[in-house]
Design a protein around this ligand. Structure first.
Ligand code: SF4
Ligand code: SF4
Ligand SMILES: [Zn+2]
Length: 368
């Protein structure tokens, strides 16, 4: 049984401040780095090809994400080495439910995002420019050293959209792996196939937000984003053998249509298999959707039942602490194999990678 003692949970905030004290520099700004994945269009006009937006950027301008800037015909990335958020979190908070339950994830973010989701819970940093926020001075070596110091087996790139700090994430990931640490990210999946392929070579676990299952939702909610590239990302992560979990935030009246949820679950089963954990997350009013109520619990239950009915083996309801649908149940014998209350693991009945009761192999990363 793995249990994170309560006092450790309570110490998280203290741990965060220790990290901040060691590395924060008021309004610290490192020199911009030359970015990867761009091409010249004409004269000093260039095109960034890191994500499906494929921004064409004039000299002196930024791409949609505001993180990548054209200076005299060269694309630079801002925020390299300057995370805006640095926390030690339970890995369950990412959320990863099939990855080393009860361990901590060293979690970092640079300001910025290539989407503009109207419901963003982290909009104060995702919609900020990396050169206009107070940031930490943490080159990759410092991130890996801090993760090691705080006994985190995983570094997770999260909170904002890691794609936009691609170069920083990649450098940390390479170094972390060489030191025996693992890498994970929580992403909107809005990244082009080539950079994704390179990145996945160093990723151990990826949680992709599948925000809805129709193009119109992505167009309206994500500032003219598209669903199709996200589906391609999901398939690529699976095909490259990296551990995959999916989060679907259910927003009342916007993406809670039962038929659409069923279609999404069927697509997941057909294209990614029935062992990919699916987290239905409860919406709370945020950013530009303050007018909507929190997702009614019945809607989350409905989505859960649909997904289970389609045949997905590992389905969860998130943002509802104490709900029994936060637990993992063995698909073979039906017994509870990982018990959770919020982000706290209160019971773990996985031995090696198998159900302790019946020996059924449970998909995931269970050993360091
Ligand atoms: S990463 Fe940023 S600059 Fe590049 S295409 Fe995407 S939004 Fe545009
Ligand atoms: S992709 Fe994520 S971080 Fe970016 S705006 Fe949407 S919810 Fe926020
Ligand atoms: Zn079992």
């Amino acid at each position: 049984m793995v249990k994170r003692p309560l006092f450790v949970t309570l110490l998280f905030s203290l741990t965060i401040s220790i990290i901040a004290e060691s590395h924060a520099v008021e309004n610290y700004k490192a020199m911009p780095r030359v970015a990867s994945y761009w091409q010249k269009v004409k004269d000093s006009v260039i095109q960034c090809v890191l994500c499906p937006r494929r921004c064409v950027i004039n000299s002196g301008q930024r791409g949609v994400c505001t993180v990548r800037v054209n200076k005299d015909g060269i694309l630079y990335t801002l925020g390299y080495g300057n995370p805006v958020a640095v926390h030690v979190d339970p890995i369950e908070k990412k959320p990863f439910f099939h990855v080393l339950p009860g361990t901590n994830a060293f979690s970092i973010a640079v300001a910025g995002c290539n989407m503009r989701c109207l419901f963003c819970q982290n909009w104060t940093i995702s919609q900020a420019k990396p050169d206009e926020v107070t940031a930490y001075d943490m080159p990759p070596e410092a991130v890996v050293a801090a993760a090691t110091k705080h006994s985190c087996p995983f570094i997770v790139y999260t909170y904002t959209e890691p794609t936009v700090f691609y170069e920083y994430m990649l450098d940390i990931s390479k170094l972390a792996r060489s030191k025996g640490l693992k890498n994970g990210m929580h992403t909107c999946g809005y990244i082009n196939p080539e950079p994704l392929k390179e990145l996945l070579m160093y990723m151990d676990a990826v949680n992709v937000d599948l925000k809805g299952f129709n193009e119109e939702f992505y167009r309206k909610m994500g500032a003219f984003a598209e669903l199709k590239p996200v589906l391609e990302t999901l398939k690529a992560v699976k095909a490259q053998g990296v551990w995959l979990e999916i989060t679907n935030l259910i927003i009342p009246g916007l993406n809670d249509d039962p038929e659409e949820i069923k279609s999404m679950c069927e697509w997941i089963k057909e294209n990614l298999g029935d062992e990919v954990p699916l987290h239905f997350s409860r919406f709370m009013p945020a950013f530009r959707l303050q007018n909507l109520p929190p997702t009614p619990l019945e809607k989350l239950d409905m989505a859960y039942e649909i997904a289970r009915g389609v045949g997905l083996k590992y389905v969860y309801v998130g943002n509802v602490p104490g709900n029994p649908k936060e637990n993992t149940y063995c698909p073979n014998c039906g017994k509870m194999i990982v018990g959770r209350i919020g982000y706290e693991v209160v019971e773990n009945n996985i031995a090696g990678s198998k159900c302790k009761f019946c020996g059924y192999k449970i998909a995931g990363i269970w050993t360091r």
